[in-house]
Design a protein around this ligand. Structure first.
Ligand code: AMP
Length: 312
């Protein structure tokens, strides 16, 4: 779906952030005492329309929506962008308020990890070794651990994650299933710029030249998707089609381009509807990821966004 820049225009009122676990517990008690259900949207902040669309989805799932703003050090590897990760809490609070969040939790690192990094962590197993896994050792363990902590703190009825981070969604779903966490997981659509670049807080690292090439990821995915729609099923042919497209974008340094099973994330030799074509690349200082579910998306990023009911 497509970014609507108008929707981002200067909001003015805002919720106050909750900083501590004890204040959060009090706020959640008050909310629950009125019998309301809760949907959680975890983010690292620097909100864009992709995040805000998750709030829209969450509002359809529960009586109240909680957003978290927390740049989780556990999910950053050495040499990654933890120190430089973009932040603008004031704006995030205004946007979250304007999109109907009832509560925003924005803890410090010390509040989330009072005794230092969690001693007991959630390991992702084989699913965490696919796609981004080898390039970001420890990343998914950090993600699952913080998501498990947030589920423990909020005890939400449901939680919403974006399809942009496809592997993350698969892992969170699997964690909820394997650990019987009892949280309903919903997936929000992948929101794109007008030219197709997937929205990401990290896009702001891109120089104008890099921004021009960054769209190559979407072009490559679209080229393979188009071939799929024309009947091509050979994974090798589809991947070559995508790689040929990427050659036109020299500032993209591809880490992986893979066609995988939507649940196991194992590479496929033959494509089928619902197979996921996923890509990651460095572009200047930004590491970008993108994916498409073959045959499922509009090849034109200018098409109107799917309604919430269509969300996969
Ligand atoms: P982040 O702040 O990058 O950790 O992302 C928080 C949530 O927003 C995750 O569930 C992401 O998958 C989701 N998200 C990030 N970018 C997009 C996007 N372009 N479209 C939809 N969801 C997104």
């Amino acid at each position: 779906m497509i970014l609507k820049e108008e929707g981002m225009a200067s909001p003015s009122v805002r919720l106050d952030p909750i900083r501590t676990r004890s204040d959060l517990a009090r706020a959640l008690d008050a909310l629950r005492s009125t019998g309301r259900t809760l949907a959680l949207v975890p983010t690292m902040g620097y909100l864009h329309e992709g995040h805000l669309h998750l709030l829209d989805v969450a509002r359809t799932m529960a009586d109240a929506v909680a957003l978290t703003l927390f740049v989780n050090p556990l999910q950053f590897g050495p040499g990654e962008d933890l120190e430089h990760y973009p932040r603008d809490e004031e704006r995030d609070l205004e946007l979250a308020t304007s999109r109907g969040a009832a509560l925003v939790f924005a803890p410090s690192t010390e509040e989330m990890y009072p005794d230092g990094p969690s001693v007991v962590q959630v390991t992702p197993g084989a699913l965490g070794e696919r796609l981004c896994g080898p390039f970001r050792p420890g990343h998914f363990q950090g993600v699952l651990t913080v998501v498990a902590k947030l589920f423990g703190l909020f005890r939400p009825d449901s939680a919403v994650f974006g399809r942009k981070d496809y592997q993350q969604v698969v892992l969170v779903r699997r964690m909820v299933q394997d650990l019987e966490l009892g949280v309903r997981i919903r997936v929000g659509p992948l929101v794109r710029e007008h030219d197709g670049l997937a929205l990401s807080s990290r896009n702001q690292y891109l120089s104008p030249d890099e921004r021009r090439d960054a769209v190559g990821l979407f072009r490559a995915l679209s080229a393979a998707d188009e071939a799929f729609r024309s009947g091509e099923r050979d994974a090798g042919v589809l991947l070559r089609r995508a790689r040929a497209e990427l050659e036109d974008f020299p500032l993209l340094h591809v880490e992986y381009l893979e066609l995988v099973d939507p649940k196991t994330l194992e590479p496929l030799d033959r494509a089928r509807a619902e197979a996921v074509l996923a890509v990651a690349a460095h572009c200047g200082a930004a590491r970008l990821i993108d994916n498409t579910v073959l045959g499922a998306e509009s090849p034109d990023p200018r098409m109107p966004p799917p309604g919430v009911g269509d969300v996969r």
